[in-house]
Design a protein around this ligand. Structure first.
Ligand SMILES: [Zn+2]
Length: 449
């Protein structure tokens, strides 16, 4: 059975006015029921004792008094097989939930009333086995106290855990090669709820926020991309360790296409999930986040390097010693295509402020089909990468990648000029970088206004 909390708001007090097995009315089906009253607010907010799904809601009746034929107002919530909670006598037209709603522990569901067989405003509460407006009550314990007795007061510890996440940004959609290297991908969400996200379990209460993928049969193929994930349906936990309300949480994970995978487009559903369930946006809407993955066919080494080397390096801009970043590479230079340099680098904008996205289009021509290519963008001075390198593969003697960079941290407007190096590294058949001679570099000045 789940943990049951007192059916009122956190910190509020309830008085038990009738306990289990009481001769007045808690006999038979109601043997394990409790009646509660609030001494502070008669029509107190009734809150769900545990998370679940609303199965029945009746709040249109109004008759009151000790008349057995009075129809009652009530809410019934499903928690797990053979486990429902029943909230009886709720006030007319006060239900805050409807049939089918997925609700969280502590969520207000209605106001206490006296509709039905009742001689005063109170809540009749029981846990029962059947999906029924009046089922056989069963014995259980509240988290607040192992025994709840008549004429005693109890303070609710029933916290409503309100988690919400709004989409913020993500890495460019990846292209994978069947049997090729893993690619790292990230997505960011703003914590728009009240609950802090953590990446660990705390005090035996699980508060871990993970990025999950659905087990929907239509998108189950997502699991085939797993590479060092937490589990087949949990891609990553949130970072940093603790993300407070209003802060950004990032999920970073790797995906890899197995060599048996056919080429084509795949879609991986990615949504943050807490132990209470899938997170929604602050406005209650579903989060619909995906990674669209292009998988290219596995290339064989024979396919890769059949171009003649007659005009080797023609048209290439050779790397200078200053930006010769891959001098440790291994030697296949003579097998490489001559004109595989960056022919076309387009920046979407000619100015950019922090937190804006910039689209960059990198095109390579005359590259043998199937050649694996890594595109990197680095600061010229520090050679630090502006973004994780992107891998792709040439088709129709061309390689093109349109990427989006979120210009958030490193480049501030006071720097009035930054020089970037865009490099395309052609790899050999083992997916290792080829010799430095094959490194074709273009540079551009990027000026912030
Ligand atoms: Zn009762």
């Amino acid at each position: 059975m789940p943990d049951f909390y007192l059916p009122c708001e956190y910190g509020k007090k309830l008085k038990c006015t009738q306990g289990n097995d009481n001769a007045f009315s808690h006999k038979g089906k109601a043997e394990y029921a409790y009646d509660f009253k609030s001494t502070e607010t008669a029509n107190f907010n009734i809150c769900a004792t545990a998370s679940g799904v609303v199965k029945k809601v009746v709040d249109s009746n109004s008759k009151t008094g000790l008349v057995e034929s009075n129809p009652a107002n009530y809410i019934l919530i499903y928690h797990e097989p053979d486990c429902y909670s029943l909230y009886l006598h709720i006030a007319k037209n006060t239900a805050k939930v409807k049939k089918g709603d997925i609700i969280k522990q502590g969520q207000p569901i209605a106001n206490a009333g006296n509709v039905g067989y009742a001689d005063g405003i109170h809540l009749h509460f029981q846990i029962q086995k059947e999906e029924s407006s009046w089922g056989q009550s069963i014995s259980f314990q509240f988290e607040e106290s192992s025994s709840v007795e008549e004429n005693h007061f109890y303070t609710s510890q029933n916290k409503w855990i309100k988690s919400a996440a709004d989409y913020h940004s993500q890495a460019s959609y990846p292209t994978l090669t069947a049997g090729g290297d893993a690619v790292e991908w990230w997505i960011k969400f703003t914590n728009t709820g009240e609950e802090t996200w953590e990446n660990h379990n705390q005090k035996n209460k699980i508060t871990k926020l993970a990025l999950g993928t659905f087990s929907d049969p239509d998108i189950q193929e997502g699991r085939d991309f797993q590479c060092g994930w937490e589990s087949p349906t949990r891609l990553a936990v949130v970072s940093p360790d603790c993300v407070r309300s209003g802060e950004l949480g990032t999920f970073t994970f790797k995906i890899k296409a197995p060599s048996s995978m056919s080429s084509g487009k795949y879609r991986l559903q990615v949504t943050p999930k807490s132990p209470e369930g899938w997170l929604k946006q602050k406005d209650g809407q579903e989060l619909n986040c995906f990674v669209d993955i292009q998988v290219e066919e596995k290339a064989t080494i024979d396919d890769l390097f059949e171009t003649s080397n007659d005009n080797l390096f023609t048209g290439c801009m050779m790397p200078t010693s200053e930006n010769d970043l891959f001098s440790q590479s291994t030697g296949l230079s003579t097998l490489l295509s001559a004109n595989a340099d960056i022919k076309n680098v387009k920046w979407e904008k000619d100015s950019c402020l922090p937190d804006e996205n910039v689209k960059i289009d990198v095109k390579l021509h005359d590259v043998p089909d199937g050649t694996p290519i890594d595109i990197s963008i680095m600061e010229k001075d520090t050679k630090s990468c502006v973004m994780p390198s992107l891998s792709g593969i040439a088709y129709n003697n061309t390689f093109e990648h349109l990427m989006t960079i979120n210009w958030i941290d490193s480049y501030q407007p006071e720097t009035n000029q930054d020089l970037f190096v865009i490099s395309a590294v052609i790899k050999d058949g083992d997916n290792q970088p080829a010799v430095s001679n094959s490194l074709h570099v273009d540079t551009l000045n990027y000026i912030f206004l």
